[in-house]
Design a binder for this molecule. Sequence first.
Ligand code: HAM
Length: 436
Amino acid sequence: MAINAPEGTYDLLPDRKLFWEQFKQTARDVFGLYGYLPIETPVIERTELFVRGIGEATDVVGKEMFTALSGANLQKLLNGEKLPSKSRLSLRPEGTAGVVRACVQHDLVPQGAPPAKLMYAGPMFRAERPQFGRQREFNQVGIECLGAEDPATDAEAIIMLMRFFDRVGIPQESRVLLINSLGCATCRPAYREAVRAYMEAHADELCETCRERMELNPLRAFDCKNEQCAQVMEGAPKIGDHLCPDCAEHYDQVRALLDVAGISYVEDQRLVRGLDYYTRTVFEVQTVGDDRAQNAIGGGGRYDKLAEDIGGRPTPGFGFALGFERCANVLEALGHGFPRARACRAFIACVNDEVRADAFALAQVMRDAGVATELDHQGRSLKSQFKLADKLGALAVIILGPDELAEGQVRVRNMNSHEESLVLKDEAIPAVLSIL
Ligand code: HAM
């Protein structure tokens, strides 16, 4: 039986792969204007990084992480031996923890230095139940800004993301920006306790998962998709009433800066996000008129304690990530045309087998001259060579025939206008270039 790609993963075939490359390039162009530089961290990290960074009680770490073992370590585990924590590795479920780890490891934000502004793009892995817009391997583009606590950092990054969506073709009417503040180590514990106490008082109205969450991660109950839980949580204490003066001031300033920049947003006090590292500002961009659970195309926020949690010195941070596949789904629904991956720009067609050696030699000359050129290697008829040229995306076809070649000439066809001209063989490349 043929072996297919694992469930929840997919192949980026040439057209989609080209779009992914263009998508990343647009991100580099837009984020570059704001000072972001590229970084690439390993796809695999020590499990402990995610446990300490993202939080053991989150679904992402507690339930969805793919943990990897080398053959030797798997054997040890099967033999009942204990593995040292260093040998426990996991595929990254997201990019923030790895980038912050790299900043700590390489001291990218020394005392008094300007913030480190970094962007990344690549695959992330979560063992979720696959469905439309939810894969086990998916691609994210993300940014992290480390070293600045100022609300201007939050606002600047959010504005930059909106500019990116504009550029990539997801207009303002198709998206909604939700924002909230989750407070800090000073004000959140009391708020968390207030939510927990409220949930305890309503325990018999909550689903089993929310009852389980109550002690470990009560704020996640705001995300529960169960109708009745949603109704109960409507009455829960609101974070806005529990922010300390510093957090309230920070949040006010973020909103004021977004207002000045003309960015519209909706405040959503139930927006808690699924990763434990967030402090203060959190936000999510969702698609409008899409009530599917997978309507979040991007999200992020501030994480002022993450660097310390993974063993670094106190370093405030802010960042976001967006999901390439979900953005591509939205663009598809908006009727966006996707690029076509062209294997070549020019094609050399042979009238008969006699001229194949000349075609082979001319193809090398054309490629050396910088023109992506293809030709048939399967003995096709002239008609099917034209079909192939079309399929490969050729804009010009050079036709080699024995009679013309004897006169030192070739025919050049413009595949769009179907015009054909007879030119000297030495003039073939300029004739092709004038078509491309
Ligand atoms: P996140 O909200 O977990 O945040 O993921 C960001 C985006 O990745 C989501 O909005 C969604 O578009 C996409 N995504 C997440 N899971 C899946 C999936 N299973 N299948 C397809 N797409 C998915 C983070 O990952 C944080 N690291 C963002 C951040 C950066 N916060 C601060 N800095």
